[in-house]
Structures are given as structure tokens and as C-alpha cells.
Design a protein around this ligand. Structure first.
Ligand code: KG4
Ligand code: ZN
Length: 338
């Protein structure tokens, strides 16, 4: 079954064709990062308009060479105006071509990225989805049966990286730049706090560590004025911050795997590109950890096409009245309605 999939939940317009949930036949991702960098964050209206301009030409190049059996689109969660562009385009394509439509949850899609890089991978396993918008630990009991067991109480890990990077003057989105800066730093030079969420051992909080970094830089500016950057060991600030975030994630993910008895753990989402996080999980989990390659960790449509195959197998097709949702739980009830 060849599925034409669309992903427009945030600032990437992505289209892909995936065969039987496991093989990418074609995939294109058009990033809008440059448009939003000017504002230091994603501007929802610019995102929607940009998806609208990009989606039809991108579809023409991706879909042209393949026979298509079904159409899928991310229907939740995300920026609602951005989601509506991709979902409605998918709906129009499906209607015109007489094909079934499959709505896909973005988080389920991030997890499915691992089916594309790990041919042997099958549920059950534990998954950690760590991105700019989400930080969640889930039990993946079956392809379409999952349960959230932990997550952040405030900022997503990627969001904390991005805010820290902005304060350090590294631009937007700065997660990757911050981790590059950290490479030459001493991760033990600056003490950053580690939050513990009482009675919720798999939950995390990143607002404290973010605020600590903001305060540290604020103090340096007050002390040194314009010379604050030269007077501060910025690589060590970045490395110490990164260490605190990576430790928080590694501890919770490993504790959840151990407590719940999972022999396989999948790391997904944009922050899975972080080398320090990958190394820390590999060190603690050995060959239990599965991490898709970087292009599949960030937002893309191939992961949506993969998950759509399994949603279709469970009969979760959309009616033409299918709506999009800014928020929606990844586990439990199906996303399709109407
Ligand atoms: O999954 P993704 O592409 O989009 C969302 O669904 O949010 O994740 C993007 C996030 C951004 O916050 C970005 O800064 C972060 O992933 N990121 C990184 C790295 N590469 C990307 N964070 C830390 N280290 C990296 N190397
Ligand atoms: Zn994402």
C-alpha cells in the first residue's frame, strides 16, 4: 500500500510517499526556518501562508512518480492554521482521486520514524519523543495503542534549548548551535538545577534550568556590560546547560524502561539529533536504544506515511468532515471523527 502523506503541523511543509509503512519511496521537506528566524520563533500566520504556497508544487514533484493507494495528513497536535492547510489539501487530493484519507497524530508519527530506519522494530517498546513542542515518554503497546507515562510539566526540552540559545545569541532555532558550542566547553563548570517532580518519577521540568541560564547571562551583562560575552566561558555555559537537560531526560527515560520492563527504547523528535543525549542513552541502555537518523528525527512526512499504514490497518479512516486539533492526546481514542 503506497500512502501519500502530508505534514504541516509547524514550520516544515513535508510530503512523502511510503510503502507499507516501512519503505520511503519519496520524501521532501521544505523548511520555513529562515522566514521565522527574523522573529525569534514561529509566527503562526506566516507558517500557514507559507504551507499554502509550498504544498501543491511540492506534492507535484513527490507524488508524480508513484501510484497512490491512500492519503494521510497530520491532523493534531500543532498550530491549527498550519494543520488545516495540510489536512484540507490531503482531503481535496483524496476526494479528487477517490482515495481513503487517514488522519495521523504527530507524536505517533515521530515514533513511527523508527519503523523506517529499523526494519525489525515492532511494538511493544518504550518511546521518548523529544522535540521543540513536546517531551513525552510513552508505552507503545501496539502500533496504534499507546499510553503516555511521563513528560514535561512546562517547557519542552527543545524549547528550553531554543530559549537558552537565544539568550546566548545563537539565533533561532538554536538547539543544534548550542550543542555545537558545548563541544569545547566544560560541562561541570556551572551548576544548573535538576528539577524533580514529586510523586511523578517519569515527569520532568525544564523551566528552572532555563531560568537559571537566563539569570546567569543577565548577571554577566550587569557585571561586565558590553564585554559580557568575552568575560563568560560561553562554551562551558552551553555544555553545563546541555548536561542538565540530557541528565534529566536520560534518568527519566531509563527509569521508565526499567520500572515498566521494556527491553527496547525508541528516541524520536528533533532533539534526538543531540549527540550528547544519544551518547548518554547509548551508554546507559546499550543496544536497547533505537534512534532514527537525523533527517527522520525532525518533522517530516515519511514518518506520517509510516504511521498512517498502521492506522489504516486498524480501520481508522477519516470522514470528509475530519477536523484538525491544536491539542489531542497521543494515546487512547482514535483521531478520526465525524
Ligand atoms: O521535531 P522537531 O523538528 O520539531 C518539533 O516538532 O518541535 O524539533 C525541533 C527541535 C528544536 O527545538 C531544535 O532546537 C531541536 O529540535 N534540536 C536540537 C538539536 N537539533 C535540533 N536540540 C538540541 N541539540 C540538537 N543537536
Ligand atoms: Zn515534531
Amino acid at each position: 500500500m503506497n500512502i501519500l502523506a502530508f505534514e504541516t503541523s509547524c514550520d516544515e511543509t513535508a510530503v512523502a510517499v511510503v510503502r507499507d509503512g516501512r519503505e520511503i519511496l519519496d520524501s521532501a521537506v521544505l523548511s520555513q526556518t529562515d522566514l521565522h528566524a527574523l522573529y525569534g520563533g514561529v509566527v503562526p500566520e506566516i507558517a500557514s501562508r507559507s504551507h499554502l504556497e509550498a504544498i501543491a508544487p511540492l506534492t507535484r514533484t513527490v507524488a508524480a512518480r508513484h501510484s497512490i493507494d491512500a492519503v494521510a495528513a497530520t491532523a493534531a497536535p500543532g498550530l491549527i492554521g498550519a494543520l488545516l492547510v495540510g489536512l484540507n489539501f490531503a482531503k481535496g487530493y483524496a476526494m479528487a482521486a477517490g482515495l481513503p484519507l487517514i488522519p495521523v497524530h504527530h507524536i505517533r508519527g515521530h515514533i513511527a520514524a523508527a519503523y523506517l530506519s529499523e526494519p525489525e522494530l515492532k511494538p511493544p517498546f518504550l518511546a521518548a519523543v523529544v522535540s521543540g513542542g513536546h517531551t513525552l515518554i510513552l508505552e507503545v503497546r501496539d502500533y496504534t495503542d499507546m499510553r503516555t507515562v511521563g513528560g514535561t510539566r512546562d517547557d519542552a526540552a527543545g524549547e528550553a534549548f531554543d530559549k537558552a540559545a537565544r539568550v546566548l545569541g545563537l539565533g533561532y532555532p538554536g538547539g543544534a548551535a548550542l550543542s555545537r558550542l558545548a563541544e569545547t566547553g566544560d560541562a561541570r563548570r556551572y551548576p544548573f538545577p535538576q528539577a524533580v517532580v514529586r510523586d511523578a518519577p517519569f515527569d520532568m521540568s525544564f523551566s528552572g534550568v532555563k531560568t537559571a541560564l537566563i539569570n546567569l547571562i543577565h548577571n554577566a551583562k550587569q557585571l561586565y556590560g558590553d564585554a559580557w560575552a568575552e568575560e563568560t566561558d560561553l562554551p562551558s555555559v552551553a555544555a553545563s546547560f546541555q548536561r542538565a537537560v540530557v541528565e534529566a531526560l536520560t534518568t527519566r527515560i531509563c527509569y521508565a524502561a526499567e520500572t515498566l520492563g521494556y527491553g527496547t527504547v525508541v528516541l524520536a523528535g528533533g532533539v534526538a539529533a543531540n549527540k550528547s543525549l544519544c551518547a548518554s542513552l547509548r551508554e546507559r541502555l546499550g543496544d536497547k536504544i533505537r534512534i532514527p537518523p537525523v533527517p527522520l528525527c525532525g518533522d517530516n512526512a515519511a514518518m506520517i506515511g509510516s504511521q498512517a499504514f498502521y492506522e489504516a490497518q486498524s480501520g481508522a479512516f477519516a470522514a470528509l468532515s475530519q477536523n484538525a486539533f491544536a491539542t489531542f492526546p497521543p494515546g487512547g481514542r482514535a483521531l478520526c471523527c465525524g
